[in-house]
Design a protein around this ligand. Sequence first.
Ligand SMILES: O=C(O)CCC(=O)C(=O)O
Length: 274
Amino acid sequence: MDDENGDENVVSGFLRDGFVKLEGAVAPRVAADCARLLWRETGCDAGDASTWTRPVHWVGGMAQGPFAAAPNSPRLHRAYDLLVGAGRWEPRYSLGTFPLRFPHEEEPDDAGWHIEGSYLPEGEGGGDGWYFTNLRSRGRALLMLFLFSEVGEQDAPTRIRVGSHLDVPKVLEKYGEDGASGPALAPELVAASDHRPLALATGSPGDVFLCHPFLVHAAQPHHGVRPRFMAQPPLMPAVPYELERADGAYSPVEIAIRRGLGRVTPGADRYFMA
Ligand SMILES: O=C(O)CCC(=O)C(=O)O
């Protein structure tokens, strides 16, 4: 779903599909500078495939100028306001992490269906070492995919289960405020969203997918020829999501969670009509 028809389509596409693709949301020059810096991090030579010796290079947080600029275009700020709510998200001045996928015979070991975890549980137990998520998406307002290379169908685009954000709330509900870790949730999430159609996060450098934090997605092996450069940072919340608001001022992220729980949000039904 593209945003060619403006705000209304950004919101309706996001609610229906769980994501919206904003083409050219990062200026071409900024995206090119990000790619150049990422190549440097890998230690690989863009022009010499013999140096691409691993299927995936994980690069951590990057905060040089281009990475600070990329998530702050006026178009992205507008979309964050629309989807999360004005004043409810934290600006970010870095990007990361980056799963940089290279054409390779070896299968990556990180290509399973999942949603992102965003916090480590406090107190005794401390979980299983993996990041957790909960029904109010503690610590994550959005999942974002920033493309920094041409990504066609053969270039290991992220796989997305379209509409799966509506399947996840029922799974998370029973874990309460504590939530659960990615691996603990994965089998249930996979089963709950199995019926969903598939989309691929293809596009060009500077395209950005803004995704509901509960969108079920997966990497895939790269059997093409062009390395796939992408960042998948969270947008952080300034305030927690609320699933019951006295004033009814729900954001689209909250409306979708409520929909997944079977709760009706006045005025929002039209978005879910097929
Ligand atoms: O590399 C990709 O396409 C997605 C990676 C991903 O979803 C993850 O590692 O959490």
